[in-house]
Ligand binder design. Structure first.
Ligand SMILES: Cc1cc2nc3c(=O)[nH]c(=O)nc-3n(C[C@H](O)[C@H](O)[C@H](O)COP(=O)(O)OP(=O)(O)OC[C@H]3O[C@@H](n4cnc5c(N)ncnc54)[C@H](O)[C@@H]3O)c2cc1C
Length: 369
């Protein structure tokens, strides 16, 4: 029987690849991570409601107990006694994952390597990189998706240091809706790290991106309106996250897909970090038990709800702000946030359903898929 170089090869050392590598390396598994970057930078902030523990708790930079939604009829203030909205710094996350991998001699991070091809050769996999052929018994594909979504969350954000103390550090401005520039639903998101420091982001849920120039002008307008007294840009981030039911790279028998290309982004929101942690837990658990890993996180009912929700905001985007406002105004404490984070608890789902205006959702639910 041919002998593979590694038991497990992970293609892509981003959020999903490093999340699973950290768990498998800690369990003493023999693995490699193939990643084109030659060094990691603090390139993003992953924010989400914490619903379960994960190995990156010490990478949390800030937490909040309150968040605001600015809709057409006013601001909705939501709080939670139990649930925290938290932000993980990507820089700290990459450092932590690299340190776990380097502490385990059976785990290797191969930086500066791209996986160009993957083929089954009898009982083992062959991965072609620019330098070599790497063989493995199991392959996890956590590479970036190869296509732009047909509907998605598009955004541009700057973490800024302001001259004036203009931010409320206790409250996240989750969605401050604006008159749409895109063909979808547009809003501003502000993650305050201090009175004079925040990540300010302009975002569209839309069929296509507004483009960098329009996003930049919009972002500058929003920051000017904050009366910062002048500001310095500390970091920029942008993205195109899929909001599509069933968004996945094509299935390849035996390959384990994780991350955005493995359907990790919640179709109705684009949130992915917490779901990637759930995927990584499932995959690590399956390796421990020697069973086939399952990375699909959604029940048929959750998929149905996401489909209906997306259909409503895609067909009547002008009602999007009012729909989100009504959702945040009416859903019981924590239930909506847990649902948005990926909870499959039936009571969370039911609470969300009953908080939405019936008519547009009934129409969308009855429309052909
Ligand atoms: C700027 C930004 C901010 C975000 N903020 C949030 C947030 O606040 N909350 C949230 O829940 N989600 C957020 N997301 C969404 C999601 O959590 C992230 O996109 C997350 O990084 C997805 O993880 P991933 O592993 O699928 O992709 P990535 O982290 O992008 O990793 C993919 C990896 O594949 C590698 N790769 C590409 N080609 C190859 C190849 N040929 N061979 C080998 N490797 C390859 C890439 O270099 C990369 O390291 C954000 C996304 C972005 C872009």
């Amino acid at each position: 029987m041919p002998h593979a170089d590694f038991d497990i090869a992970i293609m892509g050392g981003g959020c999903a690849g490093l999340s699973i590598a950290t768990r498998l390396a800690s369990a003493g598994r023999n693995l490699c991570v193939i990643e084109p970057r030659t060094a990691y930078h603090d390139d993003r902030a992953w924010s989400f409601w914490r619903t379960a523990p994960d190995p990156f708790e010490d990478c949390v930079r800030a937490t909040w107990q309150g968040w605001d939604i600015g809709g057409p009829s006013g601001i909705v203030h939501r709080e939670s006694a139990r649930l925290r909205y938290q932000s993980v710094s990507a820089g700290a996350f990459y450092d932590r994952a690299q340190s776990v991998i380097s502490d385990h001699p059976d785990a290797q991070l191969l930086l500066g390597q791209s996986a160009h091809s993957v083929n089954r050769a009898g009982s083992i996999w062959e991965i072609g990189t620019q330098d070599d052929i790497i063989t493995a018994n199991h392959v996890i594909d956590a590479r970036s998706p190869s296509r732009i979504p047909t509907y998605g969350q598009f955004f541009l954000g700057w973490e800024i240091q302001a001259q004036n103390a203009v931010f409320d550090p206790d409250r996240v401005q989750l969605m401050q809706f604006r008159k749409a520039r895109s063909k979808g639903v547009d809003f501003v998101y502000i993650l305050p790290f201090a009175r004079d420091r925040a990540l300010v982001e302009v975002t569209s849920f839309a069929p296509e991106s507004l483009g960098q120039d329009i996003f930049k002008t919009w972002l500058e307008t929003e920051i000017t309106a904050l009366d910062t007294g002048g500001f310095t840009i500390l970091r920029e981030e942008s993205g195109a996250l899929p909001m599509e039911v069933g968004y996945r790279e094509p299935h390849y028998e035996g390959l384990i897909r994780m991350g955005l290309s493995g359907g990790a982004a919640r179709p109705s929101t684009g949130y992915a970090f917490a779901r990637i942690q759930a995927q990584a837990d499932h995959v690590a658990h399956a390796f421990r038990r020697g069973t086939r890993p399952e990375t699909n996180l959604d029940s048929a009912f959750t998929t149905f709800m996401d489909r209906v929700f997306l259909q409503v905001i895609q067909t009547i985007p002008e009602r999007g702000p009012a729909l989100f406002e009504s959702l945040f105004r009416n859903a019981p404490e924590d239930r909506l946030e847990r649902f948005l984070s990926g909870s499959t608890n039936p009571i969370d789902r039911l609470s969300v359903m009953t908080s939405l205006p019936t008519l547009p959702f009934l129409r969308a639910a009855l429309a052909p898929a």
